[in-house]
Design a protein around this ligand. Sequence first.
Ligand code: F0G
Length: 341
Amino acid sequence: MPGIIERYRERLPFASGDPVISLQEGSTPLILAERLSEKAGVEVWLKIEGANPTGSFKDRGMTCAVSAAVREGAEAVICASTGNTAASAAAYAARAGLRGAVIVPEGKIATGKLAQALIHGARVVALRGNFDEALRLVRELVHRHPISLVNSVNDFRIEGQKTAAFEIVEDLAGELDALCIPVGNAGNITSYWKGFQEILPPTHQPRMCGFQAAGAAPLVHGKPVEHPETVASAIRIGNPARWEEAMDAMTSSGGTVKAVTDAEILAAYRLLASAEGVFCEPASAASVAGLLTHGAGEGVRRVVCVLTGHGLKDPQTALEHAGAVVPCDPELSAIERAVLR
Ligand code: F0G
């Protein structure tokens, strides 16, 4: 499969001669989750966005944002990030031959994401502050310097990410009742809603059900959270940039925004891994936690849960919440005991 710009060019703001910076993102699996369906009492499909080149949905938006930056003659890109945007921006900047800088909250991003941003050669700046402060500062910085901002405040990001909605509609022949999705800075829910509206008739729109971590749930409370906290570090955000658009998506579609606790997130995270064979990162599991805790609404038959990032992004959390390793002496009887017990 080609990348998303080539696959959906007629629905994206790129002409045929424009530069395309791609890692063949998109075209990710949509898989039926039978055990989860039984538990939830609805048919559940999982959109595996961790299968993108850098392991998260950000690549869909980043191919567009970085291609547009190249078209505009930019020499550098920058973002604030809880980790995945940083990894993706660093990879696409490397591929484009641009300089990349990423501003992350110090000590609060998962190990895999940090490793990615560094190995791709981005300048990684650890801010003694949270994501919301980082985003405010980079927005000021790009006013003063000719650097392209590739956070989801950049409309090209939304354009790219809406293609996940196109894929789901194609795979399910337009038949889905609800979408469950984690919400952090609120760019992705905005993108899906835009995508669905562009290709489905108004009477066939799925309910948009957004889920935030209980310690970082500004949309649920209706006001910013000054000190957001959650095990799902990717969505540790207290003042989402796409606040209005996200609320519009949920209200216009008859959906909801609800909170899930860290315990609910971790239970869904383990369930996906152990009962479905799908390893996602904690923030991604918020979509499934939300479905299991709150449901997706009356009359809903078929649901898609978006699993936004790969579990290997955050090995630390996995190790902390999984079973223990079994030590063993190099003897057959010891192996027997260790394996069969
Ligand atoms: N899931 C994952 C794995 C994420 O990395 C993010 C956001 C979200 C969900 C929420 O998406 O912000 O569009 O509502 N990560 C951003 C980042 C903030 O910097 O990587 P959103």
